[in-house]
Design a protein around this ligand. Structure first.
Ligand SMILES: C[S@@+](CC[C@H](N)C(=O)[O-])C[C@H]1O[C@@H](n2cnc3c(N)ncnc32)[C@H](O)[C@@H]1O
Length: 470
């Protein structure tokens, strides 16, 4: 052990012992657990710079990595290690899947402490790259350079169009090629970056809130082939907006929905702003089986369309809906699951916080001639009360897909009171799901568990649990 100039403790040549949560790894030094950030894998050796030291654990960043792990695979992206997007790209896909399954098993065994059926191995993604249907890039005058780029004499002055560096909100990594979204995502980004630079259009600087013309770029590639582009401008002359939009329209005739928005607020969100549609339709269409889903610039849709279909099929199978069943779909978003299962059910009610998503959900029922759905907007904690259940009817089946924080306890209590014969719990966070399962154990038995991989090259895992009334 030694200390560097900034007085950080450094441990040299430490064996990386295991994977840990949140894409970290773990080792043990002097009986203390040490959580390690950086592109390491169990079996590697690395020097560790301690960033935090508490009584029972430490947090460290790995450097001088000796890549001797047998779990490693060749990385394909030149931005790996700097970009926060694919933190597990150096881990072979089978190991990624094994660890995700283990994360689910650990959370359910350690936190839920309920009787469990055999947990199925994770459902893998058929595509491990180019699987995302949406990416969001940021324009910046404040380009991030790696040490290698600085050493090779690259200039800081070139603008960037890419992703935020993890923990460095002021720096943007200029992306040459991103392996997450299919063509023509890369071509559009690079063409727009080069065109705006050639025409001396400056970029908005978010942290310093410096005036600039271009701010953000959203590209959505639907499984139907539809293609949406939304360019976010900040302080841009109308003739320059026309210049950029005409360039995109001519260069990429395959864009089916070309839009822009002017945003001079302190953040990049545009939910409260008017979107101007300059070419094509103001939405794209996603398809699943014979259903169509209309996705506008402000609409949520699961970002891995193919795996979303697999997730929904598992959810539908676990729900095992009969023709007379009344279903609640909690945290329905744009009503995708509600509409996906509606034809099996007598009636489906979808509940969701975001009013605009509820409007999308209603449209998605209409365009598919689904007439047995109803959607309500509100905070689940208040909306899903015993009164709501008395007023609208007791559900036979509940499907719930909450955000990472899981369900609020009053929501779980209302479910226990309503006592549907079956609950299907879809979760993107096995820890909070396990916490909620512990409460549901009062009346429910877990009868099936199926993890699903929606995000290869990352530590994120989705999990579907079926619960039957005791
Ligand atoms: C994981 S997403 C589920 C989306 C949807 N089931 C789907 O597959 O597209 C969680 C949803 O819960 C909504 N949400 C988050 N907190 C909420 C709350 N307190 N009350 C109601 N809805 C909430 C979010 O807006 C989001 O649409």
């Amino acid at each position: 052990m030694k200390k560097n100039k900034k007085e950080n403790i450094i441990f040299e040549n430490v064996l990386i012992e295991n994977f840990a949560a949140e894409a970290k790894c773990i080792s043990r030094i002097e009986d203390k657990v040490i959580f390690i950030e950086g592109p390491v894998a169990p079996g590697d050796y690395a020097d560790l710079r301690v960033m935090k030291s508490k009584k029972s654990f430490m947090e460290a960043v790995a450097f001088n990595i000796r890549p001797t792990s047998s779990y490693r695979t060749q990385t394909i992206c030149s931005h790996f290690g700097t970009c926060g997007g694919c933190k597990w790209q150096h881990i072979d896909y089978k190991t990624q899947l094994d660890f995700k399954t283990k994360q689910v098993v650990d959370a359910l065994e350690r936190i839920a402490k309920v009787n469990l059926p055999e947990i199925k191995p994770i459902f893998p993604s058929s595509e491990t790259f180019y699987y995302r249907n949406k990416l969001e890039y940021t324009f910046s005058q404040n380009r991030w350079l790696t040490q290698a780029q600085i050493d090779s004499g690259e200039s800081f002055s070139r603008n960037a169009l890419g992703f935020h560096i993890p923990k460095r909100y002021d720096k943007i990594l200029d992306i040459d090629h991103c392996y997450l979204q299919p063509d023509p995502s890369n071509a559009i980004r690079l063409a727009l970056r080069d065109f705006t630079a050639a025409n001396n259009l400056d970029y908005y600087e978010q942290v310093r809130q410096e005036k600039g013309a271009l701010r953000n770029l959203v590209i959505r590639t639907a499984s139907t082939g539809d293609l949406m582009v939304v360019v976010q401008f900040a302080y841009c002359k109308p003739e320059d907006i026309d210049l950029v939009m005409n360039f995109l329209a001519e260069k990429f005739p395959e864009i089916t929905s070309l839009n822009y928005v002017i945003n001079t607020k302190g953040n990049d969100t545009f939910f409260d702003l008017e979107i101007v549609n300059v070419k094509g339709l103001p939405y794209i269409i996603e398809e699943m089986e014979d259903l169509k889903f209309r996705v506008g610039p402000k609409s949520f849709f699961q970002t891995n369309s193919k795996q979303a279909y697999e997730l929904y099929k598992i959810t539908r199978e676990y729900a095992d809906i009969q023709a007379n069943d009344f279903v609640y779909d909690l945290y329905t978003g744009t009503g995708t699951i509600a509409n996906f299962v509606a034809r099996q059910a007598k009636k489906v009610i979808g509940l969701e916080y975001v009013e605009m998503a509820v409007e999308d959900a209603k449209v998605n029922s209409q365009i598919n001639n689904i007439t047995n759905t109803e959607f309500y907007a509100g905070d689940m904690r208040k909306l899903l009360s015993n009164e709501f259940v008395s007023q609208h009817g007791r559900p036979d089946i509940v499907i719930t897909d909450p955000p990472r924080a899981g369900m609020d306890e009053p929501v779980v209590r209302t479910l226990l009171e309503a006592a549907p014969k079956r609950i299907v719990y879809v979760s993107c966070n096995p820890a909070t799901q396990a916490r909620d399962l512990a409460l549901l154990d009062e009346k429910y038995v877990v009868t099936a568990v199926q993890p699903v991989d929606m995000f290869p090259q990352t530590h994120h895992v989705e999990n579907v649990v079926r619960l039957d009334l005791r």
